[in-house]
Design a binder for this molecule. Structure first.
Ligand code: F6P
Length: 312
């Protein structure tokens, strides 16, 4: 058993030590560590791609996989070697991929490189991971035991939860993920909002909600990358991200399993909330891998407000 999550006096704590102190079970912490290491490889790939765009050639003259496919390959292979993962489901794969012999503890879901179309703009992008104990065809609340995302921005940061708070780490120059903020706690109400989808496609109820936020003085903060947009709400301790039901796509754009469940888990563990407008995101059952859902995620006041407007 560890020393207790709050018992230290100095802040120089790396990811592995933090998870040990937090009492995260051994296999889960090894798995989270392994995924965080994969983040370093993916960031190297992003860097390489940017160098190519800047006029550098691939010395081997190989046909290159797209960045999201390459990130998926790295992640899948590393998880296969880990010995802790029996199944892998990814935005980049058609179906669930079996890894190992089926006796391994976890099922991992991944959006290996979310927002990859932003790479050429040099805006931040990210990796989103869900870690499940049981079949993913259930609610997130029933199966998730951990979640994390990695943000590739001016800094590489990693935010994880294993059900005991949500914590942020920054990759330092020595290649270690160091604790930068422990047990992040959102305020009841924030001051920023990130509204996805075109205004002309919004439903009347959603439009009224956004008008209410604008009238109340919420500042618009939307990058077009789900990871940095959610990270912004977590680090600024409040606000609302939404990708709503649209007139022509009532289920919105974002994927329940790969994108929404992990972020909802992290947000709830930071004292926030996530809903589709009626139901908690973590209470929606996954029926198919590419299932989408509208989402309102962030601090409690705004999520509650969204529910009020959408049910009116
Ligand atoms: O799902 C991919 C994604 O790029 C997310 O990262 C982002 O939140 C969303 O789509 C942006 O969508 P749009 O381009 O419609 O604003």
């Amino acid at each position: 058993m560890g020393e207790g999550i709050n018992d230290y006096t100095q802040k120089l704590i790396d990811l592995r030590r933090h998870m040990w102190m937090a009492g995260v079970e051994v296999e889960l912490r090894r798995l989270i560590w392994q995924i965080a290491v994969v983040g370093k490889y993916i960031s190297a790939k992003i860097h390489e791609a940017n160098r190519k765009q800047a006029g550098f050639k691939n010395v081997y003259g190989e046909e290159q996989l797209s960045l999201d496919r390459a990130s998926d390959e790295i992640l899948k292979n590393q998880l296969g070697f880990s010995g802790f993962v029996r199944e892998y489901a990814s935005e980049e794969q058609e179906g669930i991929v079996k890894l190992g012999d089926g006796t391994e503890k976890y099922i991992v879901t991944a959006d290996p490189l979310d927002g990859s179309s932003l790479v050429d703009t040099n805006l931040a992008i990210g990796t989103i991971i869900g870690i499940h104990r049981e079949s993913v065809f259930a609610t997130g609340r029933a199966t998730l035991v951990g979640a994390l995302y990695i943000t590739y921005g001016p800094l590489i940061t990693m935010v994880y939860s294993a059900g005991k708070g949500t914590h942020e780490f920054v990759l330092n120059r020595e290649g270690e993920y160091m604790l930068s903020e422990e047990s992040i706690k959102l305020k009841e109400r924030g001051s920023i909002f990130s509204p996805g989808g075109l205004r002309r496609d919004w439903t009347p109820a959603h439009r009224k909600l956004v008008e209410q936020l604008e009238t109340s003085g919420y500042k618009l903060r939307y990058s077009g990358g789900f990871v940095p947009d959610i990270n912004q709400i977590i680090i600024k301790k409040g606000g609302l991200f939404t990708y709503p039901a649209l007139q022509k796509s009532p289920q919105g754009k974002l994927r329940l399993l790969f994108e929404l469940q992990p972020m909802a888990y992290l947000m709830e563990n930071a004292g926030g909330a996530a809903t589709d407008g009626r139901e908690d995101i973590l209470n929606i059952k996954v029926e198919k891998l590419d299932q989408c859902s509208p989402v309102y995620i962030g601090s409690k006041t705004e999520v509650q407000l969204a529910k009020q407007y959408l049910s009116a």
